[in-house]
Design a protein around this ligand. Structure first.
Ligand SMILES: NC(=O)c1ccc[n+]([C@@H]2O[C@H](COP(=O)([O-])OP(=O)(O)OC[C@H]3O[C@@H](n4cnc5c(N)ncnc54)[C@H](OP(=O)(O)O)[C@@H]3O)[C@@H](O)[C@H]2O)c1
Length: 301
């Protein structure tokens, strides 16, 4: 961003943004950069104290930053409903929704709604949040230039490298038996890409994008460390040369704000860092799968 004029974040004063998991890691870098460039930012988090700490850190640097806490626990669909309701009580517009929060390779566990943890946090909760915020996003579209209103799903190249080759496992979405924590992570990240592509198709006036942020040193590695003892030996290699979260967030901020991305050309695109429109996996390009996943999910939430 700074020092790369073509990647510079534009002025986004007057815009309203939500960043899930916006208090830490890539989410914090995103909240910070969006706020610094004038947006009102809602940090959607399951921890009020962590969100408050993040808000204070941003305020120390940018005393005029406009930051708010939105309680959100993606493991709980009722919490997602409450978050959307609370947001719409306070705001009538939403320009940028960044579905960033995530867990990686955590041991098998089901949420109280009966969904596998990675699938629930990374995809399902975000699907419901997005769905409930669509009326506000669609209303906002009417008052701003085309391509301004964006939904950014933070996916991963794991959507290709780790997801089952056949794509979504509709007959066993929890993938409890016979699948690794890594395959479940890839599966949830594939769902993120399919979600963006289907959003672009169904809501052509909103720019929906998914992206891989690159390898970034964050707390995400706690998941594999807890499920896969060997990972502690691999971690230094995986993170060799990895960027820090502020720098890594540049890929997300670019997708959320860059005027170089055009709605008529780039809607539904999958981006590699930074801002490179790329080809997603074969499964992620399967339009029938995207359609079926949407219907499957809508029925469940
Ligand atoms: N880091 C990388 O190399 C990398 C690479 C590819 C993709 N990604 C993607 O980037 C995104 C951000 O990850 P990160 O690397 O910044 O990891 P991180 O530092 O661990 O941040 C993850 C965020 O998600 C939040 N979260 C987890 N469970 C939640 C829940 N149930 N409800 C609400 N929020 C929840 C966490 O909040 P708590 O603090 O409360 O746990 C945290 O704010 C993820 O979607 C990840 O898959 C990261």
């Amino acid at each position: 961003m700074g020092g790369h004029p073509n990647l510079a974040t534009p002025n986004i004063s007057g815009k309203v943004a939500i960043v899930t998991g916006g208090h830490t890691g890539l989410g914090f870098g995103t909240s910070d950069e969006l706020a610094k460039h004038g947006a009102r930012v809602y940090i959607a988090s399951r921890s009020g104290s962590k969100a408050e700490e993040a808000k204070n850190d941003i305020l120390k640097e940018f005393p005029s930053a406009d930051i708010h806490f939105l309680p959100l626990d993606l493991t709980d669909l009722e919490s997602v409903r409450q978050a959307a309701a609370k947001f719409t009580q306070h705001e009538s517009t939403l320009h940028i929704l960044v579905n960033n929060a995530g867990v990686m390779c955590v041991p098998y566990e089901e949420t109280k709604d009966g969904f596998e943890m990675q699938f629930a946090v990374n995809y399902l909760g975000h699907f419901l949040l997005t769905k409930l915020l669509l009326p506000t996003l669609l209303k906002t579209v009417e008052s701003v230039p085309a391509g301004t209103v964006r939904i950014v799903n933070v996916s991963s190249d794991a959507h290709e490298k780790l997801a089952p080759k056949q794509g979504m496992i509709f007959s066993d979405m929890n993938m409890k038996d016979g699948f690794s924590v890594w395959a479940r992570y890839g599966h949830s990240k594939l769902a993120n890409v399919l979600h963006s592509k289907e959003l672009a198709k169904r809501y052509a006036k909103i720019m929906s994008l998914s992206l891989h942020p690159g390898t970034v040193k964050t707390g995400l590695s706690q998941g594999p460390l807890s499920s896969t003892p060997m990972y502690r030996f691999i971690k230094p290699l995986v993170e060799l040369g990895a960027r820090g979260p502020r720098e890594g967030a540049g890929a997300i901020v670019y997708a959320a704000t860059s005027t170089a991305l055009k709605i008529n050309l780039d809607n539904g695109a999958y981006l590699l860092p930074v801002g490179k429109v790329s080809v997603a996996s074969k499964a992620a390009r399967d339009t029938t799968m995207a359609h079926d996943l949407w219907d499957w999910t809508e029925e469940r939430v």
